[in-house]
Design a protein around this ligand. Sequence first.
Ligand SMILES: NC(=O)c1ccc[n+]([C@@H]2O[C@H](COP(=O)([O-])OP(=O)(O)OC[C@H]3O[C@@H](n4cnc5c(N)ncnc54)[C@H](OP(=O)(O)O)[C@@H]3O)[C@@H](O)[C@H]2O)c1
Length: 318
Amino acid sequence: MNQKIYVAGHRGMVGSAIVRNLKAKGFSNIVTRTHAELDLTNQAAVKLFFEQEKPGQVYLAAAKVGGIHANNTYPAEFIYQNLMMEANIIHQAFANGVRRLLFLGSSCIYPKLAPQPMSEAALLTGTLESTNEPYAIAKIAGIKLCESYNRQYGQSHGIDYRSVMPTNLYGPGDNYHPENSHVIPALIRRFHEAKVSHAPEVVIWGTGTPRREFLYVDDMAAASVFVMDLDKAIYDQHTQPMQSHINVGFGSDVTIAELAGAIAKATGYQGKIGFDPSKPDGAPRKWMDSSRLIQLGWKAAVGLERGLQKAYEEFQSQ
Ligand SMILES: NC(=O)c1ccc[n+]([C@@H]2O[C@H](COP(=O)([O-])OP(=O)(O)OC[C@H]3O[C@@H](n4cnc5c(N)ncnc54)[C@H](OP(=O)(O)O)[C@@H]3O)[C@@H](O)[C@H]2O)c1
């Protein structure tokens, strides 16, 4: 690939992992801009950037992301900023001759009560989880932007815009904020602090029985590059024009109790692990059906134990 590769959101958890992956493969033609240098919600600025840089490939890993609290408090910002970034980048990619683009979505695009594991076919079959509905609608719009540009301009302009939907990710670049972080970074911090203070017990919200799926972020980056580079005929064989997205999961899930045990081991915490069943559990199970990707020939390489060790090393180095 001699043309420039633009990674939008290269300082983020996923974008930085994609840059690591591409650099490890020997690519030196990667184009990036920080948020301060290029506000992707600014249509004129995005237009100018694409006209000047003329990338050949685009990874769209920039997004406004946040937890339940942020999604509930700032729903307008979540839907507006994500729609604008996607529309600006996808349209300017098209207008400036980008033939391949990969859009990163999220498993929240699927209905709240989607059958488990959630397959690509579950999209738009039911009501979304209300807490992050505006964010999910923006992500669904991103998939549909890619598909609509392919359908209208695929033949005439040779464009091929694809989407991947990751499960929960963890690893380098994660947010370890004490109140505002996902389950793995939050538990890494809690178990680490419990180890340092010799706390006899770490109590976890809920019963510990819900099952969740986790993927190491470098595996996500590897899957992104894999899907981006798939031959068009093969991609088309495994997708449909109006159901073109591909799930990226680890392939199996664990209970929260198993996860807590694995994090205790990774951090070296030797006290007791308790559960508080008076606190809410959330959905009993959430995992992706990744069979489409597996059939295409990709599989996760980093298991939970090794991934957690690496994540803990990174946490300690901060
Ligand atoms: N992390 C996960 O567990 C997970 C799971 C499933 C799906 N995903 C998906 O993966 C994608 C990336 O997520 P992530 O975890 O890597 O998020 P992240 O760490 O927050 O990174 C997002 C990046 O986008 C940039 N950005 C946001 N608004 C921008 C704007 N207006 N202009 C320019 N840059 C902007 C951010 O820059 P600033 O920080 O400077 O604003 C940041 O570098 C998202 O679509 C997300 O839904 C993530």
